[in-house]
Design a protein around this ligand. Sequence first.
Ligand SMILES: CC(=O)/C=C/C=C(C)/C=C/C1=C(C)CCCC1(C)C
Ligand SMILES: CC(/C=C/C=O)=C\C=C\C=O
Ligand SMILES: [Fe+2]
Length: 557
Amino acid sequence: MASFAFSAGVGRYISPSNAMVSVNCENRSEGFSLGEGIFARKRDPRYSVITKVATQAPTMVPSLEKELAIDRNHVAWTSVRQERWEGELAVQGEIPLWLSGTYLRNGPGLWHIENYNFRHLFDGYAMLVGLHFENGRLIAGHRQIQSEAYKAAKKNNKLCYREFSEVPKPDNFLAYVGELANLFSGVSLTDNANTGVVRLGDGRVVCLTETQKGSIVVDPDTLETLGKFQYSDSLGGLIHSAHPIVTDTEFLTLLPDLLKPGYLVVRMEPGSNERKVIGRVDCRGGPAPGWVHSFPVTEHYVVVPEMPLRYCAQNLLRAEPTPLYKFEWHPDSKGFMHVMCKASGKIVASVEVPLYVTFHFINAYEEKDEDGRVTAVIADCCEHNADTSILEKLKLQNLRSSMGEDVLPDARVGRFVIPLDGSPYGKLEAALDPEEHGKGMDMCSINPAYLGKKYRYAYACGAERPCNFPNTLTKIDLFDKKAKNWYEEGAVPSEPFFVARPGATEEDDGVVISMVSEKNGDGYALLLDGSTFEEIARAKFPYGLPYGLHGCWVPKK
Ligand SMILES: CC(=O)/C=C/C=C(C)/C=C/C1=C(C)CCCC1(C)C
Ligand SMILES: CC(/C=C/C=O)=C\C=C\C=O
Ligand SMILES: [Fe+2]
């Protein structure tokens, strides 16, 4: 926590040129000194806080006019105003004294370059938020991740790398040909590590996205970008699962093979940058591997999903996004689940399952008979009823314009049952009535001690309808098949993240952390009791937070 000085109520606004402006958070409407003329004070009547605006245009800070135009949107879908901030937050309620460490949350934080607005939620440049908990106090901050893609956009005032849906415009035909070559070599792919953040067993903290080059090491205390995480092996490939499985002893991930459709299952040890192959799964459907944003593991197996939403080489080449972006829906190619033994790399089951669409697996475990023999693997995910329209719904235009409308497609806890007795088919059913969580759910976490084991509770974002986006926090009880929901009108909470109380013996003994973006432009960190799911504390940020994706916990050293 070295760089986060404890001084109650005082935050520091740090401009892109690193000039600092002190701000008293408890008396925000009073004056504060200007840092080298970068920021002028401006009171925005729609906010209870002072808004800072650029008086001389540092590149990535929007002008007042643009900012006001964007501000008509919910703060969840609004670019963050400054590159960096840190300060202590006033806490309402009580943060448990045992909660000692840093919650990091990654996600897109900036969706425009100059006048150009990005199209999709997943296009935004990565912003890391840190909540440092110690002795019941909370120091918070955010910082843009200094990816090559972000730095190049800032320097050239234009998009320079291929993002999820955005493609740089070549200046002429020669540039177009060069661009195609760059696509195949991976040079033009983004390294905008905007999806998640993990703490490796050796303590290094890495921000990740779907491209392998978008693996970026950060300092969890200062949120500073330290540099690229370079994989030292020669496994090649350009993409990987955005959600590796990370424990104190290993890092497991999947490398999709677009040329010979399949997946490499790989493992990396703490302290190493070298991934080693455990085994390979050949796809059973075609023409390309299914999208693997995430995958689950059990104690002995890696579960490799083969979703009928598949990568699509032609769509990769297109300048304009298709409704399914870089993917294509192939119901005729069917959906499969493969199970690989972690120790031997052998495939112990490969079954056809009903069509499905998921970004996020929740957990998996081995089902045993009375003699202790494993009969099936159970794998749970946030399943979108085999409907790919969720990708389109996450376009910023939709998120910004359809507030109040009930346009969020239904989703459920999809439970796969994968038999290990050689049967060719597996099952997929809802693990509980989706009405329990408002027929919407995604962005899940569990108690990490239950990874790969039979578990009872999942925390996720659910839906209080009408809504166009998940707007509740939900605690799902998979034994009683019930959910308990937290909701506040107009709020968009981010992924609920469970931190266990040291020494806990109950699965839900701990706290759930989320960050909430409010429709009035504010934002706060929220702590719920993991067991009762009641609020125990909240701490308001001096500015609204855009919606972020995934987080991790870094215990105090
Ligand atoms: C934020 C999130 O959840 C997903 C981000 C996905 C990205 C950045 C995907 C990037 C890709 C390309 C730029 C080309 C190759 C395919 C693909 C991995 C989808
Ligand atoms: C935010 C999201 C889906 C919400 C739908 O209900 C998915 C995010 C995926 C990337 O991490
Ligand atoms: Fe994700």
